[in-house]
Design a protein around this ligand. Structure first.
Ligand code: UD1
Length: 429
């Protein structure tokens, strides 16, 4: 398994191009199942999760090419993807695939809407808590599907077709909102989704569905009104920039000091993170090319942050913020409200010399004068990048093991950082 070796202590200066958002690209690719026409996506990030989803969609019969070439099994080269689900040849998504990436469970809704049935393994993905799918199933049942669970698989069918319904979620869920929306667009009549997640990636998918002919009102709000249509058609859509990647590099610059332009980033997508960086003493400026982050000299101030659904502080930035706060001049409090068990980076950060104590869902981070390089283990996608951020500021050498987690969600991470002066390299096993 590959490792990443970092020699810390270099400031970051220069430019980093922000990729398309993983969490939008995945559901957008899945949306291609809803039409027999071609969906063209631009600005698709080159990530292991995207490559895996290409294989999963390929199994269902989706014909996929990237920049005009049929994609190989080992990832993709370009960033324009054409997906054509002319005929769905298989409505089963097997355990071997779905267990490797939770978002692949989201194929269930579109398969059900298009083919009247689907059989999808219960998901796996990052080990950050139990992550049930009860609200997804609630949405399918509300829309008239019969749902059973058998031998680890969800079997959903709607022989008479799906019917629009009111779906009121008890809790905000990104995945359940995607599922409900992508299913309701082809259901007969009107659907209303209440307490919908408002993450920008949902808005991006809703805009793409609208370009494909779906009728959706309330995009960007917590109540979505959908008027079902008989069929969707081809469209071209550009994936929005990755706000988590943006925030992650912003934290990295905040950590090391320096001055970096995040090209193509959109500040309006990560306001809550910008607020927190401001409180910590880091300057963030919108420019005509993206967002500029700089910190020179002054110490980092501690912050008090609680994760929340959008527009709150994202759980996907919690680990990176914690890494940053290990160097603040005081005690920070970070509360995780979205996922239990999302503190696996704490013990790894401690190996680098961080002083963090945990009390249930709340972490107290006492800033230390210096971190020292060590061997650490990546445990999930966002946790692993927090170790990279800490390693960039640690004295000496840090080796991050199990970097395949990073490759799931960060495009060319080492190359982007090296270009800004970091000493970081990948060691193949
Ligand atoms: C998505 C993101 C992930 C992010 C998360 C929260 C993608 C590919 N993944 O994950 O990066 O960390 O949103 O912003 O976009 N829940 C239930 N029942 C359900 C579904 C969810 O109880 O049926 C709970 C979860 O356990 C969790 C909370 O709802 O406590 C939010 O999870 P959800 O928003 O669904 O996360 P994902 O869509 O899996």
């Amino acid at each position: 398994m590959d490792r990443i070796r970092i020699r810390g202590g270099h400031r970051l200066n220069g430019e980093i191009h922000i990729s398309g958002a993983k969490n939008a690209a995945l559901p957008l690719m899945i949306a291609s199942l809803l039409t027999d026409d071609t969906l063209t996506l631009r600005n698709v990030p080159r990530l292991a999760d995207v490559a895996l989803l290409m294989r999963i969609l390929g199994n269902h019969g989706v014909d996929i090419s990237v920049d005009g070439k049929r994609a190989g099994m080992n990832g993709i080269q370009g960033d324009t993807m054409h997906l054509t689900a002319r005929t769905i040849v298989d409505t089963t998504a097997p355990y071997e695939m779905v267990s490797r990436m939770r978002a692949s469970f989201w194929v269930l809704g579109p398969l059900l809407a298009r083919c009247g049935q689907a059989r999808v393994s219960l998901p796996g993905g990052c080990a950050i808590g139990t992550r049930p799918v009860d609200m997804h199933l609630q949405a399918f049942e509300a829309l008239g599907a019969k749902v059973d669970i058998e031998a680890g698989y969800v079997l959903a069918s709607a022989p008479g077709g799906l019917k629009g319904a009111r779906i009121s979620f008890p809790k905000v869920s990104v995945g359940a909102t995607h599922a409900a929306l992508m299913t309701a667009v082809l259901a007969r009549g009107e659907s209303v989704i209440e307490n919908a997640a408002r993450e920008p990636e949902i808005t991006d998918v809703a805009h793409c569905l609208a370009a494909m002919g779906a009728q959706i009102e309330g995009i960007g709000t917590s109540t979505l009104h959908i008027q079902g249509v008989e069929r969707l058609h081809s469209a071209t859509h550009e994936v929005l920039p990755d706000r988590i990647e943006t925030g992650t590099y912003a934290m990295a610059v905040a950590m090391t000091g320096g001055d970096v332009q995040l090209i193509g980033a959109r500040q309006d997508l990560f306001d809550s993170v910008v607020d927190v960086l401001g409180q910590a003493g880091v300057a963030v400026q919108e420019t005509n090319r993206g967002v500029r982050i700089h910190r020179n000299g002054t110490g980092l101030q501690p912050v008090t942050v609680t994760t929340a659904p959008y527009p709150g502080f994202p759980t996907d930035m919690q680990a990176q913020l914690m890494a940053l706060m290990t160097r603040s001049e005081g005690v920070s409090t970070i509360t995780e409200t979205i996922f239990e068990n999302r503190f696996m980076h704490v013990q790894e950060l401690a190996r680098l010399g961080a002083d963090i104590s945990l009390d249930g869902d709340c972490a107290s981070v006492r800033g230390v004068e210096r971190l020292r390089g060590a061997e650490v283990m990546a445990t999930d996608l966002r946790a692993s990048v927090s170790l990279v951020i800490a390693g960039l500021a640690a004295e000496g050498e840090t080796t991050v093991h199990r970097v395949y987690h990073l490759d799931r969600g960060f495009e060319r991470l080492e190359k982007k950082l090296v270009a800004c002066g970091a000493e970081i390299e990948r060691l193949a096993s």
